[in-house]
Each structure stands twice: as C-alpha cells, then as structure tokens.
Design a binder for this molecule. Structure first.
Ligand code: FUB
Length: 450
C-alpha cells in the first residue's frame, strides 16, 4: 500500500523552505519504524528498528529493518536483515530487538510470539552485521511471556540479557551468547530504583514498564526504560554494577505526540551522546504507525541526564557528505513520496517515484572547484522522467537536469549523465523527480558527481 508519510509538522510550516530545513526527524520517511536499537560498528552507526505495517491498527509487525549513517543525518537503508520467517517456531509480533557483536558474530535478540502461544525471546545470528540472520538455536532462548531484550556487555566480558514487561528480568549469558548460566533473575522494581508510577494504576507502584536499555559510562551503569503504561515516557536509573542496586534518575523524555508507547536506545558516537526513541510524527502516525527519531544531548557533570524534548530538526550533522564518491540513492536525510526495494544489482534502490517526489541529502560538500557532471544509475519500466538537481530546497536553485528514458524494466539498469553548473560549497541537495503519467517514473540505485 502506498501512503503519504509526510511530516505532520508540514501544516504548521510558514513556507515549504522552512519546513524542509527543519524536518530531519523522524529518521525514516519511506516506512514506519519502531523500537530503535542503535549499534556502533566499524566507525559507523547502525540502527536496527522494528517495522509497523502501513495502516496497522494493532502491533502488526513482521520484520526488522536496518539503517546506517556516518554523519547522523543521512541514513542509508539496508532492507530487512531478519523477519518472523527466520523463526519457524514463531508466528507474530516482531517487536523490539537488540543487536550485539561478540567474537566476530552478530547476535540479534528479539521478542516474538511462539506459534499459538505467548511471547518469548529468540536469538538470530549472522557473520555480517547486515545479515541475513538465522535462528541461532531453533527455539526460544528464554520464555516467560515477557518482551524487549537488550544486552549489556560488561568490561569483564560477562554479558547480561535484560528484558521484561511488566517485570524486569536478567540472565547471565554464556560466552556463546546463545545460552545462559544460573536462573532467571527478577529485578526488585522498587520506587527508589525506578520512580513512582503515574496515573490510575495502583497494583504496580513503580513507573517501569518495558524497553530496558542498559549501558555503562564513566564507571556508572545506566538503565533507560519506557515508563507508565499506556501513555509512556522515558526514564532512567543508575547503579554501581550491571545488576544494580538501581537508583531512580528521573524523566528522560516526557510523553509527547501520537504514540502511546516510546522506546529508548542510546549510543555515543564521536564523543557525542545520542538518544533514539519513537513517536507518531509522520502523516498517518499513531501508536501503531510509529517512527524512530534521534536527539543529541550532553550528560550533566555528575553523570545525570537532562530531560530531552522530541524535535523535528534532530541532531547536527557530523562532517559533510562527499558527492564525488558513489553514493547510494537510498542514503536519505528526508524524502517525500518515494519508497525503497531490493535491487537486482545488490543492496537497495529508491522506488515508487511519482511526479513531484523528492529525496534530500544533507550537507553535500561540492568543494571550491565545484561539480560539472552528474551520473545516476536508473531503471524504468515506463517512459522515465527527469531528475532535477536542486540546492537548498526542492524548489531551490537548479544545477542540472538528467533525463531518464525507459529501460524495459524496473530492474533493468543503465547509467545516465548530465552537465552540472553552479554547484560549489556545501549545500543540502534535493533530487526532485518529475514526469508525466499516473504510473511510477523510474528507480534510482546510486549517483555520483564529477
Ligand atoms: O513495538 C512493539 C512493542 O511496543 C515493543 O516491544 C515495546 O517496547 C513497545 O514499543
């Protein structure tokens, strides 16, 4: 189903230009994404997410998605590293997962529903961060009808698997990461550790709900979590060890927007801390059609975390994007209308392009000499269209126009080039797609300036 997932902030914008300049959150506009699980690997930020189906009215979730960036604003789509089909014993609920690496293998812990049963934690394994991940043990790793696994790798090599809703549990994983020693440990959810519950519920005094995200920083252990069902905010606790005792830290992000859940993910990239979360900020967004977003922040000197707001601008770009090396078309800061699909030349391509759709790539550094030529890898089962290259906004200054003709198929690829002028310095680059007809125009696999 094709839906228009434009930002809800659009209606509030004074002009298209202002709107575009602000909107880099949520991170992904081509699908609905949930439950962020960022992971730093090989100098790059990888972001595993859940995926709400278009038009979902429940937690209709069937696969996980992967994105990556090296500048925190232009995100490359990598497709589907794992899905429900990976687990023969599961039949629904591809919910909030978490990936860690150990000894060159990547382990993907996920909550899924056992066929005809209740929720359990499965584990996928792959030799590559991109997957595909396969079922590591052919059965649940732990099974107690609770959800949201996340792993903390302690400095002494001991890995802890946390999970739970409404309780918080952990096991000590063995070095193989697919078995554990000792029993299931239930964390004492004291109010002093996890804060007082808000709202009318009286059976549970503590705010903790789900989505634990443990990490260690400067000798202190942190546990981020979603709190207060069913209008969740994000909170945190700290402790002297991976197993506590936990001391309540406060509210990290108050309840905002149209999603009644939220879910934290944390990384520090190039010395800058980032909080990932989800909301319902795209058009059609709700508690079941959510979108992942990210904010940068700084810890207070005592290690406490200031309360953050959800924004549409997101964090500052780290560095610039080099247009003189081949860039994947699915590396996107913001887009309107387009979707992505698996490409016959490998990876992913931008697809489902209609007249007036666009892709924005942020902070493109053309240098002082500038660019004179643009090449794109394209395919079209119809009669194609044009790629307008514009700076600053989708209606900004036109530096070139490339014509795409029909190639005989959506995966029949050819390269097209066109002259470019007026492209020097650093700009946000907009690929504006135009053409006639009601069908899709063409697909784009990659692009490069010379
Ligand atoms: O996305 C499904 C569930 O919603 C997750 O497992 C929870 O953390 C909540 O975000």
């Amino acid at each position: 189903m094709r839906v228009s997932r434009i930002p809800t902030t659009t209606a509030l914008c004074l002009s298209t230009l202002l709107c575009v300049a602000w909107a880099d959150n949520p991170i992904v506009q081509t699908i609905y994404t949930t439950d962020p699980a960022p992971f730093l690997y090989d100098g790059r930020v990888f972001l595993f997410t859940g995926h709400d189906e278009d038009g979902s009215t429940g937690f209709d979730m069937r696969d996980w998605r992967l994105f990556s960036t090296n500048d925190m604003v232009n995100w490359q789509h990598h497709g589907t590293p794992m899905s429900l089909a990976t687990f023969s014993w599961a039949d629904a609920n591809a919910w909030a997962g978490h990936v860690v690496e150990r000894n060159g293998k990547f382990y993907f812990y996920v909550p899924i529903r056992r066929r005809g049963g209740s929720m359990a934690i499965g584990v996928g394994v792959s030799d590559s961060i991109y997957g595909p991940y396969k079922d590591a043990i052919g059965r649940p790793l732990v099974e107690n009808a609770e959800i949201d696994p996340a792993v903390l790798m302690d400095d002494d090599g001991q890995a802890y698997l946390y999970w739970g809703n409404p309780n918080l549990w952990y096991v000590k994983l063995n070095e193989d990461m697919i078995s554990y020693s000792g029993g299931l440990n239930k964390v004492d959810l004291r109010v002093e550790g996890f804060g007082p519950r808000q709202g009318s519920e009286t059976t549970r005094p503590t705010a903790y709900e789900e989505g634990p995200w443990p990490f260690k920083r400067n000798g202190k252990y942190y546990m981020l979590y979603a709190a207060n069902c069913c209008s969740e905010d994000l909170r945190y606790a700290t402790g002297p060890s991976a197993t506590g005792p936990w001391t309540y830290g406060g509210i990290l992000m108050a309840t905002e927007g149209r999603s009644f859940t939220n879910h934290p993910g944390y990384i520090e990239y190039k010395g800058q801390p980032y909080l990932f979360y989800h909301n319902g900020a795209l058009d059609g967004g709700s508690g079941y059609t959510r979108s992942v977003a990210v904010e940068s922040f700084n810890f207070n000197p005592d290690g406490s975390i200031p309360q953050l707001r959800m924004t549409t601008q997101g964090p500052a770009q780290v560095g610039t994007l080099d247009p003189y090396i081949r860039q994947e078309a699915e590396t996107i800061a913001w887009s309107k209308g387009v979707e992505t699909e698996v490409c016959s030349e490998g990876g992913i391509n931008v697809a489902n392009i209609n007249n007036g759709d666009y892709v924005k790539v942020k902070g493109v550094n053309f240098g002082s000499k500038g660019a004179s030529k643009f090449t794109a890898r394209v395919a079209s089962a119809t009669s194609g269209g044009k790629i307008e290259l514009r700076l600053g906004s989708e209606t900004g200054s036109l530096i070139g126009t490339c014509t795409v003709s029909g190639t005989g198929g959506w995966q029949t690829w050819t390269s097209v080039s066109c002259p470019v002028s007026g492209a020097t310095g650093t700009h946000d680059l907009f690929f504006r797609y135009t053409g006639s007809g009601s069908d899709f125009l063409f697909n784009v696999n990659w692009w490069q300036f010379e």
